[in-house]
Design a protein around this ligand. Structure first.
Ligand SMILES: Nc1nc2c([nH]c(=O)n2[C@@H]2O[C@H](COP(=O)(O)OP(=O)(O)OP(=O)(O)O)[C@@H](O)[C@H]2O)c(=O)[nH]1
Ligand SMILES: [Mg+2]
Length: 132
């Protein structure tokens, strides 16, 4: 049996001491939880191009650069993901839930109070250690 690992470009959108997060729709995988915006890397696409495409679609931001924070492989049981996490602070536009999803800017010190998918714990730990 081959196990499919879904490669995901994830954007930690940072402005001063805040991060922009969105709420996943109930019907999505890990639905109802908060997330860093992003989505699947398509075949033949670079992670940066995927991130750029997803952030325009999901939060209406055009990103100009990004810097890799970490890569996390996580098995949810029903799905294996490889999260390619990038910090984005060089962007234009006003962040909003462009697909109608709830969204907000959250202080880095408050991130621990939001419910995220399991794989995100390590990301939040690293953001707090680095920027809080
Ligand atoms: N975007 C995003 N996905 C995450 C995070 N953490 C995490 O485990 N994931 C998982 O990564 C997978 C892919 O993300 P996605 O659902 O956003 O993919 P997508 O935008 O291409 O959407 P689609 O499912 O409508 O095609 C999901 O299984 C999701 O549960 C996160 O912080 N942000
Ligand atoms: Mg997405």
């Amino acid at each position: 049996m081959t196990i499919e690992i879904v490669h995901v470009a994830v954007g930690v959108i940072k402005k001063n001491n805040a991060i922009f997060i969105c709420k996943r729709a109930d019907e999505q995988h890990q639905g109802g939880l908060w997330e860093f915006p992003g989505g699947k890397v398509e075949a033949g696409e670079s992670v940066f191009v995927a991130l750029k495409r997803e952030l325009i679609e999901e939060v209406g931001l055009t990103i100009h650069s990004s810097s890799q924070l970490m890569v996390i492989e996580h098995d949810y049981g029903d799905k294996c993901v490889k999260l390619d996490v990038h910090v984005v602070s060089n962007f234009s536009g006003e962040a909003h839930g462009a697909e109608g999803q709830p969204s907000e800017w959250v202080a880095i010190t408050e991130l621990e109070n939001y419910d995220f998918p399991e794989a995100n714990a390590e990301i939040i730990e690293k953001i707090v250690a680095r920027y809080a």
